[in-house]
Design a protein around this ligand. Sequence first.
Ligand SMILES: NC(=O)c1ccc[n+]([C@@H]2O[C@H](COP(=O)([O-])OP(=O)(O)OC[C@H]3O[C@@H](n4cnc5c(N)ncnc54)[C@H](OP(=O)(O)O)[C@@H]3O)[C@@H](O)[C@H]2O)c1
Length: 288
Amino acid sequence: MYVITGVTGNTGAVVADTLLTAGKPVRVVVRDAARAAPWRARGAEVAVASLEDTAALTAALRGATGAYLLVPPRLASADPAGENRAVVASLAAATRAAAVPHAVLLSSIGAQHPDGTGPIATLHHAEAALAEVTALTAVRAAYFMENWGASLGAVARGALPTFLPRALAIPMIATRDIGTTAAAALVEGPGGERRRVLELAGPRPYSADDVAAAVAAITGQPVAAAEAPLDAVVPTFTSFGISATMAALYREMYAAIIAGRVDWEGGATRAVRGPTPLEDVLRKLLAR
Ligand SMILES: NC(=O)c1ccc[n+]([C@@H]2O[C@H](COP(=O)([O-])OP(=O)(O)OC[C@H]3O[C@@H](n4cnc5c(N)ncnc54)[C@H](OP(=O)(O)O)[C@@H]3O)[C@@H](O)[C@H]2O)c1
């Protein structure tokens, strides 16, 4: 039995879909039972648990061969770091209590650093906590291609806003490829390794200029990347309803990307490449 958290989100849905399509037994974990109906209809078991409810999560994880775990974003929280610490502690305690033999954690590029990377630092601590209690596969995903969805509103005016230097090419990945990679890691199992790290990127790095060119090619309209200064991160994000604390963490993350701190660890990690090109993701985002 493979237990999948975050099944109503970007990556968890793909993990569950991939496993069910392959005929594997799946249990999805949801907070709201109603949201599990499509999964139940496809033959998945359903467990209702909040990730911070260790007792409910332990029950959800019992009997698992492997579990897909993530630390959900806390966009509106005044204390995202504190709430994330509670989720990480609960994930680790429940994984241990349920004796889950293998966890596949959605982590991030840059998670080798304990701090100075904004929200990514939480994933450093999640990797460490889970590695203490089970065999861990950390899927360190690059910047999601889907993040560009937030910038597409200005495309009609010919602009693609970005907090990154427009020519800076960084690794990016489609969330579909994260889900399929995680599903494959679950089925493969830990293979006797206590801790392995998959560093997951798409076919090639892309810059904001590349994204703008791809959007222009798809829409047939001229689009240019429009750089905004780092000082604009907090006011922009808070205007979208993100808490000031969380927005400050995102500012730290953008600064760390620009400084090159959000990079691959290399060494003993395994580099994995997803096949989905940026254009495929942009086409879907633009069709919404
Ligand atoms: N964006 C990037 O560029 C990037 C890059 C690398 C790594 N990451 C990491 O990716 C992760 C997010 O993954 P994602 O995009 O697949 O998720 P997502 O689409 O943001 O969805 C979050 C999922 O978690 C569930 N959830 C939220 N709070 C919960 C709680 N308290 N208990 C149980 N379930 C809860 C949500 O379910 P409900 O329906 O109940 O809300 C939803 O299914 C984060 O850890 C982020 O740091 C992001």
